[in-house]
Design a protein around this ligand. Structure first.
Ligand code: F1X
Ligand code: MN
Length: 439
């Protein structure tokens, strides 16, 4: 068994974790407080009673108390909101208390734990209110980020529709493979549009998603995309018309649109008979997709197609696949717990068993990647399969733009090359990996 690398933590000032906990999360939390304060009038007006003001004041004071706790490195406390994940979170806290010499706190515990706890605490502040239990303080930003990406959305939709109309009439496997690899790269770089790395500042897509690919290509440090194509071909040979693909979603907005493009492509080109999309059950890491974001996105694409007619053909395909059940959306509590994926089989055996029925699972984004490799500071030349440890429910592929300081699977000397090219490599989202592991 390879020696486990140490987890990222803000107790090491050289870790990106330190900058995140010290600087970035307080900024994000301040924006949440401002959003709830600013929206107070519209939130109350929509609900029409002055007493709601006190309810909102309760939320704001809990968030302010959380900010003070974060900035003064107070011990983490059990959650009190009595939701379906409260017990799991409090059990995890108890385990941390048992296995560390001092009470877990923001700057002493692992980065993965405290950053996940940060977003779960924001949800607790809402869940403890009377009338705003499910309030998503990031909802407005996520909606705005899709609307401001509409030029890129419509050009991508039009491009894909044209390709699908030609390919579905031909049985040109090579041409299909080429478009698959192109859409996969579009989906990969869609992950640049993430509101957490941007400190909740605007981060929508402005360039043409297809035309930008050649300039981004050199930033792909590991490219196993050919192996994912082969897995799809092999799965269709052994079980024609029964291939299942899962996409573990990340960010809403433009990235989610690129996920929908990949899903429609796989179904309409008969590379998968079902694509199961997995979202988050609570607002998460600012821009992650919730069930509310999923429904709003489908509705909004409909609204937009009235003016952006290039959307129309793609949207028809998408809606047909949603109605037929070829594309589905679901959530599971596990995705918003603190455990990394090596613990899924123990913590969420039902989810692990479901993923075991998949022929290919795509994990989108940086946080999913961190959870695949345990958010540990592995040597970058460590093999991906070593860092993933025992997690292997099915063949899977990480599609991740790099936004923090954990990375594996590189060649000898490759990390040094990257650092020379861009010392800011862990925050610039200029680099990415497509890393595949067979089942
Ligand atoms: O999972 P995503 O949306 O690609 O990225 C999540 C993220 O923005 O949050 C953390 C930094 O606070 C990092 O893991 C990463 O930068
Ligand atoms: Mn995210």
């Amino acid at each position: 068994m390879a020696q486990l690398a140490r987890p990222c933590s803000a107790k090491f000032k050289e870790d990106f974790a330190y900058e995140t906990i010290k600087d970035r999360l307080p900024v994000i939390l301040t924006k949440v407080i401002d959003a709830v304060t600013r929206d107070r009038k519209s939130l109350v007006a929509n609900n029409g009673q002055g007493l709601l003001i006190n309810d909102l004041k309760g939320i704001i004071s809990r968030l302010a108390e959380m900010k003070h706790s974060l900035q003064t490195n107070k011990p983490l406390k059990p959650l009190t909101d009595n939701t379906d994940s409260t017990e799991a979170w409090n059990k995890y806290l108890e385990e941390q208390v048992k296995c560390s010499d001092k009470p877990p706190s923001w700057f002493s515990s692992t980065w993965l734990y405290v950053e996940c706890f940060f977003y779960r605490k924001i949800h607790e502040a809402m869940a403890l209110s009377e009338h705003f239990k499910g309030l998503d303080p990031f909802g407005e930003q996520k909606r705005r980020s899709l609307i401001e990406s509409m030029t890129s959305v419509t050009s991508l939709a039009y491009h894909l529709e044209k390709e699908l109309n030609v390919l579905s009439e031909s049985d040109d496997t090579e041409a299909t493979r080429k478009v698959y690899l192109q859409i996969l790269q579009v989906d990969l770089w869609g992950n640049k549009c993430d509101l957490s790395i941007s400190g909740a500042n605007d981060n929508h897509q402005t360039t043409d998603p297809i035309l930008q690919l050649p300039t981004l290509q050199s930033g792909i440090l590991v490219d196993d995309s050919a192996a994912t194509w082969q897995q799809l071909v092999d799965a269709n040979r052994t079980k024609p018309n029964q291939v299942r693909v899962d996409i573990i979603l990340d960010n809403s907005g433009f990235e989610f649109f690129t996920d929908l493009c990949l899903a429609v492509f796989l179904v309409d080109m008969k590379l998968a008979s079902i694509v199961r999309l997995h979202g988050k059950s609570i607002p998460w890491f600012v821009s992650d997709v919730t069930a509310e974001d999923f429904s709003w996105t489908i509705d909004q694409l409909g609204v937009q197609s009235d003016t952006h007619t290039n959307l129309f053909g793609f949207l028809k395909r998408l809606k047909e696949n949603l109605q037929s059940g070829a594309i589905t959306f679901e959530v599971h509590t596990f995705w918003t717990l603190p455990q990394d994926f090596n613990e899924m089989q123990t913590v969420a055996p039902d989810l692990y068993a479901s993923l075991q029925k998949s022929d290919l699972v795509y994990f989108k984004g940086d946080l999913n990647y961190r959870k695949l490799i345990g958010d540990r500071k592995w040597d970058p030349t460590t093999r991906f399969e070593t860092a993933v440890r025992d997690f292997r429910p099915a063949p899977f592929c990480a599609l991740r733009t790099i936004k923090c300081d954990v990375l594996v699977g590189l060649r000898n000397g490759q990390m040094e090359e990257v650092q020379r090219v861009d010392p800011n490599w862990m925050k610039s989202s200029a680099f990415a990996v497509i890393q595949y592991l067979s089942g």
